[in-house]
Design a protein around this ligand. Structure first.
Ligand SMILES: C[S@@+](CC[C@H](N)C(=O)[O-])C[C@H]1O[C@@H](n2cnc3c(N)ncnc32)[C@H](O)[C@@H]1O
Length: 214
């Protein structure tokens, strides 16, 4: 899988669906978006949102943390236009780039990502997660809410279908990993402590840089 090609496929897909039914479809995930906020440090000052889209997650974040400074990164200019037009907060900096390319900086309290990472190869995720690990403060946290494969067969099938374009060249392909595989990658990237929270119809992985009591 070519990472630049894959990222551009995401850009084209989300630029297309943003004005069709994106917000309507994803508003159904609102419980997950509320829950994610519970896993953030209560003294949070700054946060990065990987694949922020139109800001459905940020609406929930700003209800609880109105003063937090957010860097919202997304490759789709169409999705970001909608985020901008929402005027959720003046504390949001919008970056129209691939999160694989953008430099995250240092001393970040939390990185979050909702429904944005289930399209990439394990090797690309490992590089991305290392970058996340490095940008976090010592007590920092990385919270992922995403769609995961139910088993190894399901995971393999996603990648095979994408490689063979079984649904046709213009189709959208999901290539999710299983939760254990995703956790392995997070641990390989440096996170010593990864917790899995299973909601009604969603899954959240909470990765901490360091055990707080050690
Ligand atoms: C399903 S949407 C989720 C949006 C938002 N997080 C939410 O929960 O509503 C996935 C988003 O990830 C973005 N995305 C996918 N690959 C990306 C990449 N490589 N860099 C930056 N954004 C990316 C897409 O453009 C899209 O806006």
């Amino acid at each position: 899988m070519n990472l630049v090609k894959r990222s551009n496929e995401m850009k084209d897909f989300f630029n297309k669906v943003v004005d069709i039914d994106y917000d309507e479809k994803h508003s159904k995930m609102i419980k997950a978006k509320e829950k994610i906020v519970d896993f953030l440090p209560s003294d949070i000052e700054n946060i990065i949102d990987l694949g922020s889209g139109t800001g459905l997650q940020l609406i929930k974040l700003y209800k609880v943390y109105p003063n937090v400074k957010t860097t919202a990164i997304d490759i789709s200019d169409g999705m970001l236009k909608k985020l901008y037009e929402r005027h959720i907060s003046d504390n949001i900096t919008i970056i129209n780039k691939s999160f694989f390319e953008y430099e995250f900086g240092k001393d970040i309290d939390a990185v979050i990502s909702t429904q944005a990472l289930h399209h990439f190869e394990p090797s690309d995720k490992e590089i991305l997660y290392k970058k996340v690990y490095d940008c976090l403060k010592e007590h920092g946290v990385f919270v992922i809410e995403d769609y995961f494969a139910i088993d190894n067969f399901d995971e393999r099938k996603g990648f095979e279908d994408y490689r063979n374009l079984v649904k046709g060249i213009d189709s959208h392909y999901d290539t999710p990993l299983t939760i254990p595989h995703e956790i392995d990658i997070l641990k390989k990237s440096g996170f010593s402590d990864v917790e899995h929270y299973a909601g009604d119809n969603y899954n959240i992985l909470i990765s901490k840089k360091k055990f707080l009591n050690r």
